[in-house]
Ligand binder design. Structure first.
Ligand code: GAL
Length: 743
């Protein structure tokens, strides 16, 4: 029998998908691809031989479809031998693992829909990008959807809202599910309750996500990584009903280096699942009940601009606020401790802040520098992106603002409340005005709500026609939009490059990159209020060299940070070369702090960073004099996260008025030392353990450029350590650190 060329190619394609790889997985590295949308394309018998071939591990933009946004279909042909069933002890389900897809998908197996992630623009509720979500679709093998020993077609309908599109994150594959894969040792959702400050009660929920009973046993061992000792070991049967759950509870010491190793064993097969979790511990000592004043001690404002300063203070309620030497034009709300008004004349004004309660009184100097510069210390606050993605709403913003105050965070200086992408209306009015969409009925009222509480109002847009979430950008309406922001009371603009690159030449010159930022920078300076100008163009064209010249108060130096250690390391520990560009009024921005409960608009999950990794991110970002923007769901903030964000000695390193960013002064295989000069000749030193073991490190005065006689203080523990001497030995768990201040 002779085969025609297209038929040969067809079988080569099947083989490319079905014949390679490990025997328990069938990798799916190839697909047929077409742009456009047609429901008939899910049909397994469709003749797609004329479609182009494409790989499934890289954006289609990189494979001959540059700049394409909108609908497209992938059709993956795969021969599944019936022997594949024998690769599982439980041949009842087929896993169709597609990795992540940019942005939304609907997937069909031989014409039968098996999953959908995100929403297409026509769907009820409108477009919802889910580009980060892993697609792990399951097919029940009790039906006859799979054509064993024959060609099968997985048809994936994709909608890309902008930027990269389609498959991009690892090669998809097929796998026979094992029953034990239904068991999840869900350490991310484990809850921890501190019993005092030294002990921790943890509850782990084990979840059976399969409709079949699970019979096995669980063992957990609590270890102390500092000593290498096992502290507790426990084993018990663990049986779960179909779709059932089971809980484990235990109490451990709460200190650095305590971790718990879980191991579940399936009784019938002996298959095992193992997970280790590092347990949280508190470093920031309990706040005194005596009054204390925190936050920035210097504030920049332009003449006549509205000024808003919420005095950050703690102590037993009720607190009373007063201010001595309040300049003309300013007034104080003595109940909330909010200074507002404006100052007409340039100059430096020194005020004395006073906070008192039944236990005493605290005072502190605040300098207001009225001139050309704002953002004299890095902005601190909250941004909606990493919690709510484009699903943000007026109600969520107001809730975040009130939680910022109720949780106590505002009392430590966290005072910006910034909407990220997702607030914009679908269309402009007839006269070109932009407004909030149905989730933001009244932008001005939202601004007033925040200002009434002494909080500042941030907003987001793009110089392009569209934002990254495919909302309206400012292109051609820059001045009109900036004046709308001013009417709404906006204090901060994050200006995200996104689709503006569509207007550039192929070469994308430096001048083309600078142009939209130069323009918006000039417009913002015309406004009758101070707007912190935050550039978001991911460090393109070495923005740290020119951000200040276009009027930026900060510029992102990198792509988006994610809540994993690789991302934090890649971004945070690469900032040293830009240190010199940071200073009062203009800061390097390595993106937000990815701690607490996050979700990017999907179900919230606790940060995937370990507690030590979170201590490291907060410490490093403080040393870098980076804007401190959290983005977690504040309504569910836990004791650990709150403790992490309310250490005034750590925050003071970030808010130091000298405004210098730390540089790396030492690096070996495991350790890095970063030093930030502080006001008054002091220095802050971060000693980071990037290795995977609990270790000690000897820090010498020479390494940090400090004095042997100088006294050191542990900033997290707020504890004096004595003189530096020959050197000091610090210990830190894997990915943890010590943060010292001295001279
Ligand atoms: C990205 C930006 C993110 C977020 C998002 C909104 O480009 O880096 O921080 O703002 O757009 O769509």
């Amino acid at each position: 029998m002779t085969m025609k060329l297209p038929a040969i190619l067809f079988w080569i394609l099947i083989c490319a998908n079905a014949c390679a790889g490990a025997d328990d997985k069938i990798p799916l590295p190839q697909a047929r691809f077409a742009t456009g949308d047609n429901s008939a394309w899910k049909d397994p018998d469709l003749d797609d031989r004329a479609w182009n071939q494409i790989n499934t591990h890289d954006y289609y933009e990189n494979q001959g479809y540059p700049g394409y946004d909108g609908y497209s279909w992938y059709r993956i042909h795969v021969l599944i031998p019936s022997s594949f069933k024998t690769t599982s002890h439980w041949p009842q389900r087929l896993r169709v693992f597609l990795s992540a897809i940019d942005d939304a998908d609907e997937t069909f197996f031989n014409g039968v829909r098996i999953g959908k992630t995100g929403r297409m623009p026509e769907d009820p509720g409108g477009y919802d990008s889910q580009y980060q979500a892993q697609r792990d679709y399951h097919l029940d093998l009790h039906g006859d959807v799979v054509r064993w020993d024959r060609d099968n077609v997985i048809a994936i309908r994709v909608y890309d809202g902008g930027g990269g599109g389609g498959f991009y994150k690892g090669t998809p594959y097929l796998k026979m599910a094992e029953k034990i894969e239904g068991v999840r040792l869900d350490t991310a959702q484990a809850t921890h309750r501190f019993l005092g400050t030294k002990r921790l009660r943890s509850t782990l929920t084990v979840v059976n996500s399969y409709p079949v009973a699970q019979v096995g046993s669980i063992e957990y061992e609590v270890r102390d990584a500092a000593s290498g000792r096992s502290l507790q070991r426990h084993k018990q049967p663990l049986n779960m009903a179909a779709m059932g759950t089971s809980q484990l509870q235990f109490t451990t010491p709460a200190r650095p280096g305590i971790e718990v190793a879980y191991r579940y064993r399936d009784a019938a097969t002996g298959q095992q699942l193992a997970v280790t979790q590092v347990l949280p511990y508190l470093l920031t000592p309990a706040q005194s009940l005596q009054p204390a004043i925190h936050g920035a001690s210097v504030l920049g404002a332009r003449p006549t601009s509205p000024l808003l300063y919420r005095i950050a203070a703690t102590g037993r309620a009720p607190l009373r606020y007063a201010v001595a030497q309040l300049p003309a034009g300013l007034s104080l709300d003595p109940k909330q401790g909010v200074i507002s008004g404006s100052i007409a004349t340039r100059g430096t004004y020194k005020l004395e802040l006073q906070v008192s309660n039944a236990l005493g009184r605290a005072t502190r100097e605040l300098s207001i520098v009225v001139g050309d510069q704002i953002a004299l210390t890095p902005p601190m606050g909250w941004n909606s992106w990493t919690a709510y993605g484009v699903g943000v709403s007026d109600a969520l913003m107001r809730k975040a603002a009130s939680d910022l105050i109720a949780s106590g965070l505002a009392a430590h200086g966290w005072n910006y409340v910034n909407i990220d992408d997702g607030w914009e209306s679908a269309q402009r009015s007839a006269d070109g005005e932009i407004s909030g969409n149905e989730r933001f009925p009244d932008m001005r009222a939202l601004g007033d709500y925040l200002h009434a509480r002494g909080l500042k109002f941030g907003i987001y847009s793009s110089p392009g026609a569209f934002t990254c979430g495919r909302y309206l950008g400012t292109l051609g309406h820059e001045r009109q939009d900036a004046w709308a922001y001013a009417r709404w009371g906006v204090d901060y603009l994050k200006y995200d490059l996104c689709s503006y690159t569509d207007t550039m030449s192929k070469e994308q010159t430096l001048a083309e990159h600078q142009k939209p930022y130069q323009l918006m920078g000039e417009i913002l300076r015309e406004l009758p209020r101070d707007v912190n100008f935050s550039l978001c163009q991911y460090g393109e064209k070495d923005v740290w060299n020119w951000g200040e010249s276009v009027g930026a108060n900060s510029w992102r130096t990198t792509w988006d940070v994610e809540d994993n250690w690789e991302s934090v390391v890649k971004i945070g520990f690469s900032q040293s070369p830009y240190a010199k560009a940071a200073g009062p009024g203009h800061w390097n921005d390595p993106d937000t702090l990815v701690l607490g409960r996050l979700g990017w608009g999907n179900a919230l999950h606790p940060s995937r960073l370990t507690p030590d990794e979170q201590y490291s991110q907060v410490s490093l970002w403080s040393l870098l004099a980076a804007p401190l923007l959290i983005g977690n769901d504040l309504s569910s903030i836990d004791a650990f996260t709150l403790n992490l964000l309310t250490n005034d000695e750590v925050i003071a390193i970030n808010q130091d008025r000298l405004g210098q960013a730390a540089q790396r002064v030492f690096e070996d295989q495991d350790w890095q030392v970063w030093v930030k000069p502080l006001e008054g000749g002091r220095k802050a030193v971060g000693v980071f353990n990037l290795g995977s073991q609990f270790r000690t490190f000897k820090l010498t005065p020479a390494m940090a450029g400090m004095d042997r006689a100088g006294k050191l203080r542990d900033a997290w523990r707020k504890k004096d350590l004595g003189a530096f001497g020959e050197g000091i030995t610090v210990s830190a768990p894997a990915h943890g650190l010590a943060l010292l201040v001295g001279r």
